[in-house]
Design a protein around this ligand. Structure first.
Ligand code: BGC
Length: 246
């Protein structure tokens, strides 16, 4: 079965049809810059353009960088505050000609990794962390997701973790890889204290530069930085997978 997956990010909105049995994209993905300001109707128009580009009508999975419950957006750390209370499921459904399943972006990426990528056949407690504009997180026990974990907002040295250790902060603060890896290790160590995970999976834009920081990380837990195949597409794949009709 092939379903459309769409990944909404702060700078780009990406989509592609996905074979949800294999986790493979069946066509080259389309990326459209996120409209600024990223208000609900403007974003929904882009969602519609992506569905139209693939000539697609039907169940669609859409990621969103916030807490999402039953299609409703609850938080807005890195998005316009007008999203809070918006029923994104209903809004996007009108634009894709089928039901839209809206999920947190890191949850979708985590699902894709657990089902088709680095987390396959990995039982126990697995924590996926995505490093980009913010820090996204997803936690699994024996492959089952606990949705909407917001570990990017854990307080480290009195600050939101994502304001210290995200990819964006590395750039904004012009941190060296060593300085940034120290911050990231401190953050992962805090998660270790709280959850005693069996595995960390690190994804998001930063995973492209894995060789720069991976050797500098200091954790007790095994860390996998996601390999190239899934890097850019995990959100799209996980969203499409979660949109499977029950
Ligand atoms: C949001 C999360 C999101 C993460 C990555 C955080 O600021 O609170 O919901 O998953 O950014 O986009």
């Amino acid at each position: 079965m092939t379903l459309l997956g769409i990944d909404i990010g702060g700078t780009g909105i990406k989509g592609a049809p996905v074979d949800v049995e294999t986790g493979q994209l069946t066509a080259e993905r389309l990326r459209i810059p996120t409209p600024q300001p990223a208000l609900p109707n403007a974003v929904a128009d882009v969602v519609q353009q992506i569905a139209a580009h693939f000539n697609y009508q039907g169940p669609t999975g859409v990621t969103f960088p916030a807490v999402v419950k039953k299609g409703v957006i609850y938080t807005a750390s890195n998005v316009d505050s007008s999203w809070i209370g918006t029923n994104a499921g209903e809004l996007f459904s009108k634009h894709v000609g089928g039901p839209a399943t809206v999920v947190n972006d890191a949850d979708a990426a985590g699902i894709a990794e657990m089902r088709f990528g680095a987390g396959q056949d990995r039982p126990g407690v697995v924590i996926m962390i995505t490093l980009g504009t913010g820090i996204g997180s997803a936690i699994f026990l024996d492959g089952k997701l606990l949705p909407n974990a917001e570990f990017g907002h854990l307080q480290i040295r009195g600050k939101d973790a994502e304001k210290r250790a995200s990819e964006k902060m590395r750039e904004v603060k012009k941190l060296s890889w060593k300085q940034w890896a120290k911050r990231l290790s401190e953050y992962l160590n805090e998660l270790e204290k709280l959850f005693s995970p069996d595995l960390f999976i690190i994804g998001g834009g930063i995973s492209k530069k894995s060789e720069k920081f991976f050797p500098l990380l200091k954790t007790k837990t095994e860390v996998i930085v996601v390999p190239a195949e899934m890097r850019n597409e995990a959100g799209i794949i996980g969203a499409a997978y979660l949109a499977r009709p029950s």
